[in-house]
Design a binder for this molecule. Sequence first.
Ligand code: B3K
Ligand code: ZN
Length: 856
Amino acid sequence: MKDQHMHPVYLHDYQVPDYLIDTIDLEFDLTEEYATVKSHLVVKRNPESTTAKNNTLTLQGEAIELQSIALNGKPLSAAHYQIAGGLLTIPSVPENFTLDIQTRMKPQENTALSGLYKSSGNYCTQCEAQGFRRITYFLDRPDVMARYTTKIIADEKHYPVLLSNGNLIQSGKLANGRHWVKWEDPFKKPSYLFALVAGNLEFLEDEFITMSGRRVVLRIYVETGNQDKAGHAMQAVKKAMRWDEEKFGREYDLDIYMIVAVSDFNMGAMENKGLNIFNTKYILAKPESATDLDYIHIESVIAHEYFHNWSGNRVTCRDWFQLSLKEGLTIFRDQSFTADTTSRTVARIADVNDLRNSQFIEDSGPLAHPVRPDSYIEINNFYTSTIYNKGAFRRGMDLYFTRHDGHAATIEDFVAAHEEASGIELSQLRLWYNQAGTPLLEVHDHYDASSQTYKLKIKQVCPPTPGQPNKKPMHIPLLMGLLDQSGKEVASQLLHVTHSENEFVFDHIKSKPIPSLLRQFSAPVKVKYQYSDVDLALLFQHDTDLFNRWEAGQKYAVNLILRLIDAYQHKKQLSIPDEFTAAFQHVFRTMQQDKWLLAEMLTLPSEKYISEQMAVVDVDAIHAAREFLLKHIALRLKDDFAKFYRENADATYLFNMEEVGKRCLKNLCLSYLMTLDDKHIHEEFGMRQFKNALSNNMTDTIAALRCLSNVENSQREQALSGFYHHWKHDALVVDKWFALQASSKLPGTLSHVKKLMHHEAFDIKNPNKVYALIGAFGNNPVHFHAKSGEGYQFLAETIVQLNALNPQIAARMVTPLTQWKRYDKDRQVLMRNQLESLLGNKNLSKDVFELVTKSL
Ligand code: B3K
Ligand code: ZN
C-alpha cells in the first residue's frame, strides 16, 4: 500500500501546465491482436508557467506499451527519456517542438472499460476522467485543450463504421479489405472528451434545424437488430436541443451529432464532443421491453449529455476539483428540462428522493466532501451524489457561458460571473461549495393572539464532517407559507436564513397557523419542527404547495412508522390510528385529476429513508413496521384500490404523461392489494396482469412481477422463469430480472443471488449485470444486513473479484459497507471486518483503497 499512487492530490497544489498542446493528430490502426496508436503533437511552452523553465516535459501514460518516440522528427533513444510511475519524462525540450509517439495496447483484454476497449466485438472509448492516458502518452488534464484529428484504419467487413469527434473529412480503401477514415474536430477540447468507435453498427438518422437555421444531422448508432428501439431516444435528442435553445439560448455547434449505444459501459453515458457514447440502457426502448421509468430516464440522460455540449465541453473544468462546475450545473439543467417536459411536482419529488437517499447519506458519513473537494486519491470516486446533486442547486448563466467559452474554468469563475450579472455579493453562497454536510434548520414558533403576530425562530446547524469540525452559517433560501386551521393559505414568502439564529415575524395573523416549510425543497437541508399528526394530516390534504403536500404525507407516515418500530422493538401490539387511513383515503378520492402525483402521495417512504431518521438503524424493525402499515392501508382501502385497478387494468400502452400517471397509480393499487394474503387477488390481479402484459407492456409486466417475486407461492417461480424464457434474448430486460430477484423480501434471497452469479446470463465483466445483481443486493436492507454477516461477506468477496477486473465498478459496490457506523454494535463489527479484509488484498486498486480507508 506504499505505492505513490495511493497518495492524495490536493487542490492547493494546482499549477498551470508547463506545456500546452495546440494540435494532436491521431492515427489508430486496429487489428485483432493490437491497437497501434500514432500521435503527432505540436507542443509549446506555456507562457504562464513559472516552472516550465526546467525544460522538462512530463506526460501521463498507463497500461500502454511505448513503441517509439521522436522529437522534432528525430527518434529518441531510451537514454533520452524516462518512464516510471505512469509518467513519461523528457528533459531538455525546446520551447516549441513536435512529438511523435507510437503506443500499442490490447483493447480486447481491457476489462476496466477505461481507455480503448471492446464491447460486443466493437471498439469504443471512455476517457473521462483519466482514460486518455491509457491510449497514448499525453498531458491528460482538462486545462490542456487541443485541436484533434483522428484517422482510423480497420478491417472493413468487421468494422464498417469508424467514428470520432467532429466532422468526417476524408475516407478511403486499403489492400486486404481494410479501410480508413479521418475526422476533424474544429473545437479545442480536453483529452477527456476524445472518443472513437469502430464496429458493425446500424444507425437511425434524423435532422435538426437550429435556431439560426443550420441543419444538423442526428445519428444514433446501435448494435445490429436494435434500430427499432432508438426512436424514443431520437425524439429526446430533438426535444433537448430545442429546449436548450429556448431556455438557455444555447445552440448546437457541429454539423453532425452522433450517439453510439454500447452494452458494456461503466456508467450511464458520456458527453464526448459530437460523439456521445451511451450505455444501451439509456437508448433502447420499446413499450414491450422498457418501462415508463426507462422512457423518462432515457430522455433525461440524453438531455444531460446533450446539455454538456455547453456546460462541460464549450466551457470545461480547469481541474477535477471543479467537476461540479459541469456536473452540478448540467444536472440542474436536465432537472429543469424534466420538470418542464413531464410533471413539475413529480419530477421534484423524484429529485428530492434521490438527494435524500444518496447525497444526504453520503454527506453524513465518512465519505462526506464539499461540492468542491480539497483532495482525492482516485478522481473516479468523486463522481458522487454531492458533486452531481448537491451541486445542482444554483441558477442563472449567460455571462458565464460567453465569458468562458473555449476555456477551462473554475467554480470561482462561475460565482464571479453570477455576482457581476446580478450585482449582488455572493461570498456567503460560496460556502455551499466548500463546506460539506447537510445543514439542519431547527424551527420553533410562537403565536401571540393579542397582537396577532406569529414568530418563527430558526436555528441553523451544520454537523461536523471529516476534516471540517466547525461550519460557518450559510445562506439558505427558505420558501414557506402559513395555513390556517381550515387549510387556507394566509401567507407565503421566501425567507433568507443567513445566521446561526434567525427570527421572522408575521403580522395580522388571525389564528395560530401551521407553517409549511421548505416548499419546493428550496435548499438541500433538513428541517426539524414539531408537527402534530393533526398538522400533518391537514398539510397532506390542503397545502397549496403540492411538493409540500407530498412531503407532509411522508412525514406523517415516517412519524407513524417510527412509533410502530418502537412498539415492535418493545414487543408491543402494533396499531394504526384511523385518522391516518382516513387521510389516505381522502387524498385518494380527491386528487384523481393528477394520478401520477397521487401515486407519489400514496407511496410510503422507503426503508432507506426511514433508516435515516433513526439513531441506530434497525433494519428488521423498519421492515416489519413498514410492511405492517402497507398491509393495513391495503385492507382499509381495498375497495377503492380494487375499483380503480379494474377500471384501468387493460389499457393499451401509450407513452404520454397522462397514461404514465394512470399506469403508475394502477400499479400502486396493485402493489397494495398484493400485500394481502389472498390467493384470489394474487391470481386475478398479479398473475393475470403479468400474463397479459408479458409481450406488450414492460411497465405492467415488471410491476406485476415485482409483486409476485415477493409472494411465497408456486406462481412466483412460474412467473420468474416464464419471464426469463420470454426475454432471455434481451440483455437489458434480463438485468431487470436479476435486480428483482436480488431485491426480493423473501427468505433465501442471498443464496439465490449466489446461485444467480453462476447463471448463464450473468457476466461479472458487464457493469449492467453487476449493478443489477450485486448493486441491488447491496441495497436490499433486510438481506444485505442479515445478522449472520453473510451478506457483508458475500459483497466483500465480490468486490475482490471486481477489483481485479474493473476498479471503478468495484469501488461503486463498496458504498453500502461504508455506512457501518449507522448500525448496531454486532453489525458494526461484521461490516468493519469485511472492510478490513478488503485492505488486506495485495492488488487493491486505489479506487477501492480510497473508499475503504476513508470509511474506516
Ligand atoms: N461525465 C460522465 C461521467 C464520467 C464518469 C467517469 N468516471 C457522464 C456524465 O455525467 O454526463
Ligand atoms: Zn454529466
